[in-house]
Design a protein around this ligand. Structure first.
Ligand SMILES: [Fe+2]
Length: 172
C-alpha cells in the first residue's frame, strides 16, 4: 500500500470512531509516521516544487472534514511567511533535514515579535496550537521535508507582513 493510501486508511479509521475514542492530533500523527511508514523514501514521491508566491513545495496529500495532511519541501535557507493557523491545530514531523521554528507574539501595534527559536531534527515532532504565530525556516544548505497534520483543515489563516497583516488563502 502506498504512503498516501496508508494515510487515508489510518485517518478514515480514526474518523469512524466515536469522538471520545479518537486519537488526539499528536497520537494520530505518530500513527501516520509509524504505521504509515513515513520514511524519506516513501515521502519523496509526494514532494512538490515551489509554486509562486510560495518559495517552497506544499502538497496536500489528504483532506477530509476533520483533517488535512501536507508535505512541505523547504529549499535551503528559505523561510515561510510569519503566519498563524486560523482555527486549526497542527502537529508536524520532520522527515529529513533541520527545521528552525520561529515563534512570535504580537506587539501592541500588531507587529510580530520574535519570542523563541526552536530546532527540530529528522525524526522529531512539534506541535502548533491554533493561536500560535510562527514561521518555519531552513537554516541549512540542504532542503528539509516535513509532514503536517492539521485539524480541522486549515483555512482563513493570517499571514503577517512586516508592518500590517491581512487575511489570505495561502496556507502554511
Ligand atoms: Fe505553520
Amino acid at each position: 500500500m502506498s504512503f498516501i493510501n496508508q494515510v487515508e486508511a489510518i485517518i478514515q479509521h480514526n474518523e469512524q470512531l466515536d469522538k471520545s475514542d479518537r486519537l488526539d492530533l499528536n497520537q494520530l500523527l505518530k500513527k501516520l509516521v509509524v504505521e504509515g511508514e513515513c520514511t524519506f523514501k516513501n515521502v519523496v514521491p509526494h514532494q512538490t516544487k515551489p509554486v509562486s508566491p510560495l518559495q517552497y513545495g506544499r502538497n496536500v496529500i489528504f483532506q477530509s472534514e476533520l483533517y488535512e495532511v501536507v508535505v512541505i519541501s523547504m529549499p535551503a535557507l528559505i523561510e515561510t511567511p510569519i503566519h498563524d493557523h486560523g482555527e486549526s491545530d497542527c502537529c508536524a514531523y520532520v522527515v529529513s533535514g533541520l527545521v528552525e521554528n520561529r515563534c512570535f507574539s504580537l506587539s501592541e501595534s500588531a507587529k510580530p515579535l520574535l519570542r523563541a527559536t526552536q530546532y527540530y531534527h529528522s525524526g522529531e515532532y512539534f506541535y502548533e496550537s491554533s493561536n500560535q504565530i510562527h514561521s518555519m525556516k531552513n537554516p541549512t544548505g540542504k532542503s528539509f521535508t516535513s509532514l503536517h497534520l492539521y485539524s480541522p483543515p486549515i483555512k482563513n489563516n493570517t499571514i503577517y507582513k512586516t508592518v500590517m497583516n491581512h487575511k489570505s488563502q495561502y496556507l502554511k
